[in-house]
Design a binder for this molecule. Structure first.
Ligand SMILES: [Zn+2]
Length: 392
């Protein structure tokens, strides 16, 4: 046998062994999903996100997998698990966030529940289902003795608020990786995510000058009028043809109906498709905010959160592999573009092959009706592990 043929045979044997290890474990996967969903873990709840991390760490270390805990202040710690390789560099990286958008106490009123193949509960698809996929893929790879290259899983805690502490850890963990797999929920169509918009949120503060609106209107400078003029121009940046959208979703300002408003504030959301658009748009937003629309007013803008886009050129090669492995396992899958942002944009932006939406299929994320299709938990975990094997 040539070396290449021998490698292909090794790869096929490993893929099969891993799929076989996972096959009888669907119930075990669901049991873990229930345990993880039933721990409240809002992004700002450090104790909660840490509890999820500790639960995962206990489980993995119990199987002899090394877990490193990276302490963070204010937000949950970052947990990094690794199955070492046999001599090859360039690890594969799986990403997952442990935080949810749901307030502490949600589990007490609306914990994990199941109806047929549908599971419900806070974060059940976004993305505790994905955490289960990562954990079982890593366990399976460990159980067969590892791959030629290291396989790493990173569990972060603040994705839902823009990964303020997660981003640097993700970029560090992705450095030198051969591929990154993010198990955000699979689309309702059953598809995975091959492209994502980047996004940013901004806080705009406008200062004006108060005056009695009847007695000395002329001496006032209306912060509300200045903000209104800015909003019209900010919204005009929307261009559906290029995928750019702007949305001022929150405004506040003023004191009373008969006072010229001395202050106004707004929250702006921006979405874009390419890194080039980002630089240009941020420049335009700063210009609009800095313009003195009403004499005597001034304004400032601060960036609250920033996600980078996952451009399809960075997901193509991995998607082709994934599609082939899924077909071998008996399911058809396509790639899909979404306007939602995720951590996969950070690694795509580094030029590292990245695929997203690899978790079990789910929907209605961030609502009380959020669901996860339990029948997709096992096959998609098998496809995830098989695609990692396909990188051998
Ligand atoms: Zn998510």
């Amino acid at each position: 046998m040539t070396k290449q043929l021998a490698m292909a045979a090794d790869r096929a044997a490993l893929t099969e062994k891993i799929a076989a290890w996972l096959a009888p474990r669907a119930d075990e996967m669901e049991a873990l999903l229930k345990e993880l969903v039933n721990i409240d873990s809002n992004s700002f709840d450090k104790a909660g996100t840490d509890a999820v991390g500790e639960h995962i760490a206990r489980l993995l270390t119990g199987e002899g997998i090394t877990v490193t805990r990276i302490p963070k202040q204010g937000f949950g710690d970052v947990f990094r698990a690794e199955v070492p390789g046999h001599g090859q560099n360039q690890h594969a990286l799986m990403l997952g966030h442990r935080d949810t958008v749901f307030a502490k106490g949600t589990v007490a009123t609306r914990g994990y529940s199941r109806q047929g193949d549908m599971a419900f509960g806070p974060g059940v698809c976004d993305m505790k289902g994905g955490l289960v996929a990562n954990i079982f893929a890593l366990r399976a790879i460990n159980a067969v003795g590892g791959l030629p290259f290291p396989v790493v899983a990173l569990f972060t805690s603040d994705e839902e608020i823009g990964s303020p502490t997660g981003q640097a850890e993700i970029e560090a963990a992705a450095s030198g990786a051969r591929a990154v797999f993010n198990t955000e929920p699979g689309r309702v169509t059953g598809n995975v995510v091959t492209g994502r918009k980047g996004g940013a949120s901004f806080h705009i503060v406008v200062k004006g000058r108060a005056a009695h609106s009847g007695v000395n209107h002329k001496e006032g400078a209306s912060a509300i009028e200045a903000l209104a003029r800015k909003i019209v121009r900010l919204h005009a940046l929307t261009n559906y043809a290029t995928g750019v959208t702007t949305n001022v979703g929150v405004i506040k300002g003023g004191n009373t109906h008969n006072t010229v408003a001395p202050w106004a504030e707004a929250e702006l959301d921006l979405r874009f498709v390419t890194l080039e658009q980002r630089a240009q748009l941020i420049g335009e937003i700063k210009k609009i905010v800095a313009t003195e629309d009403v004499p005597g007013t001034s304004a400032e803008v601060t960036t609250k959160a920033l996600f980078l886009p996952l451009e399809e050129k960075h997901s193509k090669s991995l998607f082709d592999l994934y599609q082939k492995e899924a077909a071998n396992l008996g399911f058809a899958v396509e790639g899909e573009f979404t306007g939602g942002c995720a951590d996969s944009g950070f690694t795509g932006a580094l030029g590292i092959p990245t695929l997203c939406g690899l978790g079990p299929v789910g929907g209605k994320a961030h609502t009380d009706e959020e669901f996860c299709r339990l029948d997709t938990l096992l096959p998609r975990t098998q496809a995830l592990a098989a695609t990692i094997c396909a990188l051998i």
